[in-house]
Every structure is written in C-alpha cells, then in structure tokens.
Design a binder for this molecule. Structure first.
Ligand code: GLU
Length: 550
C-alpha cells in the first residue's frame, strides 16, 4: 500500500507538516523542574466543583514549580456546546483567584502556544492525522453506524470483546482501490488508529496520584478523526498536550479507562508522554452511602451556587485544599496567618479514593478565613457579593463605608478573632440592627426576666452612661445598677448564693443588649454603643422601655 498516496488522497488540503508545528511550538524555555499544567474544560454548561478541584491542583502544581498554568477550551463537540460557557469559566476562575499564565481569554487567546480553543485547531489535528496515515499508522474507515452495530451484534453472539479491532476491523487492510472507490462515492469516513497493541499483554505506568498502575494494552483501532474532520478527546489530548508542552496532565479518574489508548497514541506519534495525574472524584453521602456528586441532582456540583450563597471564594479554595492535601489543615493550624499559596502542595498527599464533600467543614473553614481578614477586606468582599445578590442591603451597607467598616472591626485582629459569620449573606443578619432602616426589634428577653426589672434598668442606664468611660468603667456602672435593683454585682457571688438575688450583672448587660440590638446574641454591647453613638443608644433604650411598659 502506498501510504503517502493515501494520505494525499484523504488530506489534499493539508499542506503543513508535523515538523512545521514542532518548530512553531518549541519546547518551553523554563527552569529545571518547572511544570506545565492546564485545565481543559468542555464548554457544555456550568463550572463543576470537580473542575475547580482540578484547577486548584493544576494551578498549585505549576506555580509552586515556577511553571506555566494555562486554559484550553475543549470545544470540539459543537452539539453539546452551551453558548457563553467558556466566558463563564473564565469569569469563575478569575473570581476564585486562579490566574492563568496563558490560554483562552474572552474573545481570543493570550500566549505563544495557541490557538487555545480546539475548534480553531482542526488543521493541526489533520496534519498529524495525515502524518500517521502516511506512515501506515492510521487509516480511513467507511463503516456506517449500521455496520458498526452489526459488528457489535456478531461479537456479542460469538462471546468476543466488543469494539473495532483485529479481524473485526474491516477497513484496516482495505486495498487502495476500495478506498478510492468509497471516496469517489463521497461516502463519509472516519480515521482510525491502526493499533499495534496486543490485549493479552500488559503495560505499566506510574500515575503521580494513583501510583503504579497496570493495564492490558490497547488493541482497539479507535477513531482519531470523526467524519466531520474533528478529533475526539483522545487524539486532541495527545496533539494539544504535546504541542502546548504540558508536562503534567491532571484530569479526572474517569479517563483511566482510556489511558492505554493515550499511551499508544503518544507512542505512535513519537511524542514524549506527560506525567499523568488522575484525581479521584469528589463524593457525597446520600442516605448513608457514598456516591459521586451529580451534575443533575446536587446543587453543590455548580461552583456558581457557592458564589450566590455567599461562600467567600478563599473559604471554598481553602476547603478544596483540605480535600486535596491531607496535611493542609495541620499546616493551616501551624500557620494561621500565612498566605495559602505558601502551603507546599504535593501530589503525594493526594488521596487515591474520592474525598467526601462536607458542608459543615466548609462552613467552619469559611468562618476561619473571614475571621483572619481585616475589616477593609471583609467590606470589599462583602459589598461585591451584596451588589450582585442583595442590592437592597448593598445600598444601606455602602452608604457610609467607614461606619460599616467600624462595625466589621468589632472583635477583629488579635490572637483569637471572633468568628461571627462565615458567609457574606449572614452579614445582614449579624449587623443589620446598626441601621435604622433595618432595626425592627421584637424585644425577646430570656424567660426568667421580670418586666418591671427591665423597665427600671432601662430607666437608670441612660443617666449613668458617660461617653468617656472605657469598657471597665462602663461595666462598673452596670454593676452599680445591678446592686440597686437587687441583682448581684458579681457573677461569682451570685453563683455562691443564688437565692439572695434576682439575678446578676450579666442579666443587666443582657437587658441593655436586647434593648439596643433587638437580639440576645450580638457583637460586644460596649463596642456596639460606641459605634451607634450615645444619642442613638438613648433613643433605642427609651423605645424599648416604652414598648414593654405598654
Ligand atoms: N475536556 C475534558 C473534560 O472536561 C478534559 C479532560 C482533561 O483534562 O484532559 O473532561
């Protein structure tokens, strides 16, 4: 068979050569040990939490090694493509602080190894397919769907493995004349790899996450170009990751099944294989049993849900890091204020089986992350969230930024910062009472409080209040009020002899807290009063007194 002739027959329009592309995309000039990674989503919908998980792995791997992290859009399947999905991915990666060094950007590309959208790379794939045909390593197959189905049925009846291989590969050894005739009849065709593999033999490969793996060799003459001239995933993966000089391919474990295909492809193409890093799928508990997070059933599959629910981006990323590396949490405990990017991320610490997604843990991490931020950062992040998801509160919150920040400063800084909220959406409930527009108190006091005691405390309090008092002096005055209404000035004293008092100074503080904030749980009352100012505080005390005296 004259393979060169066949290649010309099949690809008359391809005038470039593999060498042309090898030169156009030379090996990268990077320091020793630098890793090149990519995230390669298919724009078929929203950004899945698994893609974020993979992207963090890629980004950390590349950037900790002074390498390159890039974005490739795998859009060869135009039927499944959702318009706007690629831009949405770009926006989401931006929001989560995953910075690409190169790759697809809105309306184009950035970098020397593009195009970074597979739909713009057809000519490149065809050039390499032509090369394989010209070397006798690939061939056209004109089988119709019905013929393929017929082969499958016969294999089933004969108890043989399904697929297009060996004696079942009916076009594998077709004569040139037969091919020419089919072409003359304009029959659609695909290009298949002429597999050299023997499925009774095994191959070994070391995966950076899964460790040593062993598989039967591929023997399938799988498709490398579809009848429309575009490649399925497998061929595009080999060509793109080679020409873009990817060193580490991080992808979901669902690709392990076809890894022998990829190994054979790299060898047929004469490419050096990248290091494979197959990540385990994130799981969830459903009625006591573990299952994969499902795109259809689970809202947490969609990363956008975490944004709209107000999870701080850094909180979700830190949580993903805890899922990815078993020692992240311990590192965070030892380095509470360090930038998360200082963490020595490693494949070795990645689990072989899928981690369980745990909302409670995520929430705790979000609380920690927010508690470590300064008031300015909380203000910036929270207002950005409110602008999109709670515009009403956004208007109130941003009217006086300094006022909002002074509230957010309560309990911040120091060794044990308060952890009052973990989600941006909780801020309104946490501090809404500071704003007249939102202050709608129900005045619910603990059950054992007597109405008349509350009234007399609220009567006495404004007259003893002095703006110049520090927190201790302020509390001392509460003690004086406590004694004057038959409450213990000292909590210990009360505990020793509870029968002798109506209550203790803590109860007095609670009365004032409820009157001023409308809640039994609030930020520190003294701090609240300082921010509200004495006039507003007095108005609120009087409003409460009048209300319960009714
Ligand atoms: N487009 C593929 C996917 O979304 C990418 C797999 C890979 O990273 O190689 O699953």
């Amino acid at each position: 068979m004259d393979y060169l002739k066949l290649a010309e027959l099949l690809f008359p329009h391809i005038d470039k050569t593999a060498d042309y592309y090898e030169e156009k995309y030379p090996p990268r000039n990077l320091p020793e040990g630098a890793r090149v990674t990519r995230i390669a989503p298919s724009p078929t919908g929203y950004l899945h939490i698994g893609a974020l998980y993979g992207a963090v792995t890629d980004e950390r791997t590349a950037h900790l090694s002074n390498g390159v992290f890039y974005l490739r859009i795998e859009d060869t399947d135009s039927k499944r493509e959702v318009s706007g999905a690629a831009d949405l991915f770009i926006t989401m990666f931006e929001k989560y602080g995953l910075e690409f060094d190169e790759g697809a950007v809105r309306n184009g590309d950035s970098g020397d190894y593009g195009p970074y959208r597979q739909s713009e790379r057809t000519e490149i794939y065809q050039t390499f397919a032509k090369k394989l045909v010209s070397e006798g390593k690939a061939y056209p197959c004109f089988c119709t769907d019905e013929e393929i189905e017929q082969i499958r049925k016969e294999q089933e009846a004969a108890g043989e493995n399904p697929g297009y291989y060996g004696k079942w590969a009916v076009w594998r050894d077709a004569k040139l004349e037969k091919i020419e005739q089919a072409l003359a009849e304009n029959k659609p065709f695909v290009i298949r790899l002429r597999s050299q593999g023997d499925a009774t033999k095994r191959i070994k490969i070391t995966d950076a996450i899964k460790g040593d793996l062993e598989f039967p060799k591929n023997n399938q003459d799988f498709i490398i170009l579809k009848s429309d001239g575009t490649p399925p995933y497998h061929f595009a993966h080999a060509i793109d990751d080679h020409l873009m000089r990817t060193t580490h391919v991080v992808r979901g474990e669902e690709w392990l099944a076809t890894l022998p295909w990829h190994i054979e492809l790299f060898s047929a193409l004469g490419f050096k294989r990248p290091v494979y890093c197959h990540t385990a799928n994130i799981m969830k508990l459903d009625n006591g049993s573990k299952r994969k997070i499902s795109k259809r059933k689970d809202p947490e599959a969609d990363v956008a849900m975490f944004l709209s629910e107000g999870y701080p981006q850094d909180g979700l990323i830190e949580y993903v890091l805890t899922l990815l590396n078993s020692n992240f949490e311990e590192w965070r405990r030892m380095n509470p204020t360090a930038d998360k990017n200082e963490f020595p991320f490693s494949f070795k610490k990645m689990g072989v089986s899928g981690p369980l997604f745990d909302f409670e843990k995520l929430y705790d991490i979000c609380k920690d992350v927010v508690s470590r931020m300064d008031a300015e950062t909380v203000y910036e992040n929270a207002s950005e969230w409110m602008k999109e998801y709670d515009p009403e509160f956004y208007a109130i919150f941003t009217k006086d930024p300094e006022y909002a920040k002074s509230i957010l400063s309560i309990g911040r800084g120091g060794n044990k910062p308060r952890k009052d909220f973990g989600l941006w959406k909780e801020i309104k409930d946490y501090m809404g009472f500071f704003y007249g527009e939102l202050f709608a108190p129900q005045y619910v006091f603990p059950d054992n409080f007597d109405k008349n005691d509350i009234i007399s405390v609220l009567e006495k309090y404004p007259s003893v209040y002095d703006e110049n008092d520090d927190q201790q002096q302020w509390f001392k005055k509460l003690k004086t009020i406590a004694s004057s209404v038959g409450f213990a000035a000292d909590t210990k004293e009360y505990k020793k002899n509870p029968g002798a008092y109506k209550g203790h100074v803590g109860d007095i503080a609670m009365m004032i807290r409820v009157a001023i904030t409308g809640k039994q749980v609030s930020p520190d009352t003294y701090a609240v009063i300082r921010i509200l100012g004495s006039d507003e505080m007095k108005r609120r005390i009087e409003k409460c007194r009048a209300e319960i005296a009714k």
